[in-house]
Design a protein around this ligand. Structure first.
Ligand SMILES: [Zn+2]
Length: 443
C-alpha cells in the first residue's frame, strides 16, 4: 500500500467489537497510520499533550465501520426500483436480462465508475458483485474499482443453459465460460494487496448445468477465490430446480453435489431452506448473503433469520440491487427488521434483533463471511481503516424543536443506530474511506 500522511479524526464512534458487544465513544479519536491502518481508537480525553498528526474534527458526525454489501449486481443498477411484485423469473425476463445483455465493455466503462461512487455514497466500502457475462466488461469493472478505491469482490456471471450470445455453439459455452473466468481470476484476484478479489459466479442452478457448477467450484478451490451463487430465493425457482436436478434431495444438495459449499461460498437469499439444509449450511461453513429488501420487493419470502443464527449459520447482508430497490445496507437492515417483526406478528416467538445487532451484521459479520474479520468490519487498532462518517442530524424527526441534549440518540448508541436504520436519509453518509483513503461519492 502506498504511504500517505497519517491523520486522525475526532468524532463520535460506534463499532461492533471483535470480542462481542459494541464500543461507543461520544467524543472519540480514530488514528490512521501511514499504511492506511487504524493505529488507535480512543476517547479524545485520553489524548495527552498535542497530537503528532493532524486531527480533523468531524463532530457532531458519527464514525462507523464501512458497510459490507455481500450481494449486488453491477449491470442491474439502472433498473433499480422497477418491477415490484413481479415473480423472480418474470422480473428477470422483463427488466434484467435486457440490461445484462447490453452490459458490454463500453457500457461498463460508462456505468461502473458511477456505481462505485453510488456504493460509497450509501456507506458501502466493501461490495461483492455479480458482473455481466462478457469478459471485457469484467476487466472494465475491475479497472473502475481499482481506480475508485473501493474494496470489491467481482465475478463474471456464468451460465451454460442459457446464453446472451446466439453465435456460440451450446457445446462451447461451458469451456469458454470456465476459461474466461479463470483468466479474470488470474488477472484480478488479490490485486492491490487484496483490495480486489475474484468470485467464480455461476448465476444459479436454473441457468447452470451440474458440470458448470462443479467445475467453477473446483476453480474457486484451486485458486483460493470465492464462489457465489443464488440459493432458494423464490418458490417458482425451487420448482424449476427440482425439475432440472431430480437426483438432488433439495436445492442445497445441488450445490453440495457440485462441491460448492464451504467457507468461501457466499449463497444469496437462502430463504426457503429446510431444517436439513440449514444444518448443512452451518456444518459446511457456507455463508448467507441475506437480502431482505429484495425478498420483500419481489415477494420472494420472509427469511426465518433466527433459525439460521441459532444453527450457527454465518449471515451477512446484501442489497441485491436491482431486485433490492436501493444500494443502502441501512435499507437492508430496515427491511430485515420489518421482516422479523412481521414474522413475529405471524406467530414466530423467536427474539428479534436490535439495531446494534443489525449494524454488526452489516459490518463485522459481512467481513467474517469474507474471511476478512482480521482486516475490516470494525473500528479496532490494527485493522485497515475502512470507515464512514455520517451526519445524524439528517435523521432527527423535528430538527430545531427538540434540543440535541434532550434527544436520546445524542447519547445512546442503540437509539442513534435505530435512527440511522429506520430514518435513514439518502445524504447522511458524508464520507467513506478505504485504507484511510477517501472515496469519491458521498457529498
Ligand atoms: Zn442476486
Amino acid at each position: 500500500m502506498p504511504e500517505r500522511p497519517p491523520f486522525a479524526i475526532r468524532a463520535r464512534l460506534v463499532t461492533p467489537a471483535s470480542d462481542g458487544g459494541a464500543r461507543h465513544e461520544l467524543d472519540g479519536l480514530l488514528e490512521v497510520d501511514a499504511g492506511g491502518r487504524i493505529g488507535a481508537v480512543r476517547a479524545f480525553a485520553e489524548l495527552e499533550g498535542t497530537p503528532e498528526t493532524p486531527v480533523v474534527d468531524l463532530r457532531p458526525w458519527v464514525l462507523l465501520p464501512g458497510l459490507v454489501d455481500l450481494h449486488a449486481h453491477l449491470p442491474q443498477l439502472p433498473n433499480a426500483g422497477l418491477g415490484a411484485g413481479l415473480d423472480l423469473l418474470t422480473w428477470l425476463e422483463r427488466y434484467i436480462f435486457p440490461l445484462e445483455r447490453g452490459f458490454d465493455e463500453a457500457t461498463a466503462e460508462r456505468l461502473a465508475p458511477a456505481a462505485f461512487r453510488a456504493l460509497a455514497a450509501a456507506g458501502t466500502t466493501t461490495a461483492v458483485l455479480y458482473g455481466a457475462v462478457y469478459e471485457p466488461s469484467l476487466d472494465a469493472s475491475f479497472r473502475a474499482a481499482e481506480a475508485h478505491g473501493i474494496r470489491a469482490v467481482i465475478g463474471k456471471v456464468m451460465m451454460d443453459r442459457v446464453t446472451y450470445d446466439d453465435t456460440l455453439r451450446p457445446a462451447d459455452i461451458l469451456d469458454l465460460s470456465l476459461r474466461q473466468s479463470a483468466d479474470l481470476c488470474a488477472r484480478w484476484h488479490g490485486r492491490d494487496g487484496g483490495r480486489l478479489r475474484y468470485a467464480f459466479t455461476p448465476r444459479f442452478a436454473v441457468s447452470c448445468t451440474a458440470d458448470l457448477l462443479r467445475e467453477s467450484a473446483a476453480l474457486a478451490g484451486s485458486t483460493g477465490a470465492y464462489w457465489q451463487t443464488h440459493l432458494s430465493e423464490d418458490l417458482g425457482e425451487l420448482a424449476e430446480v427440482a425439475r432440472l436436478f431430480p437426483e438432488s434431495s433439495d436445492y442445497l444438495d445441488v450445490y453440495d453435489r457440485a462441491e460448492g459449499l464451504g467457507k468461501r461460498s457466499i449463497l444469496a437469499h437462502a430463504i426457503h431452506l429446510s431444517d436439513r439444509e440449514i444444518l448443512r449450511m452451518a456444518e459446511s461453513g457456507s455463508r448467507v448473503a441475506h437480502c431482505p429488501a429484495s425478498n420483500l420487493f419481489l415477494a420472494s419470502g420472509a427469511m426465518r433469520l433466527a433459525r439460521y443464527l441459532e444453527a450457527g449459520v454465518l449471515v451477512g447482508l446484501g442489497s441485491d440491487v436491482a431486485a433490492g430497490p436501493e444500494l443502502s445496507i441501512f435499507g437492508a437492515m430496515r427491511s430485515g427488521a420489518y421482516t422479523q417483526s412481521a414474522l413475529r406478528v405471524a406467530g414466530d416467538s423467536r427474539p428479534v434483533l436490535g439495531p446494534l445487532d443489525w449494524l454488526r451484521m452489516g459490518t463485522l459479520e459481512g467481513a467474517r463471511a469474507l474471511g476478512l474479520e482480521g482486516v475490516i468490519g470494525s473500528l479496532e487498532a490494527g485493522k485497515e481503516a475502512d470507515f464512514i462518517a455520517l451526519d445524524p442530524s439528517l435523521t432527527v424527526p423535528l430538527p430545531g424543536v427538540v434540543a440535541p441534549a434532550d434527544d436520546p440518540a445524542s447519547s445512546d448508541a442503540e437509539a442513534l443506530i435505530s435512527r440511522l436504520i429506520f430514518r435513514a436519509h439518502p445524504a447522511m453518509v458524508r464520507g467513506a474511506w478505504v485504507r484511510g483513503r477517501r472515496l469519491a461519492g458521498p457529498v
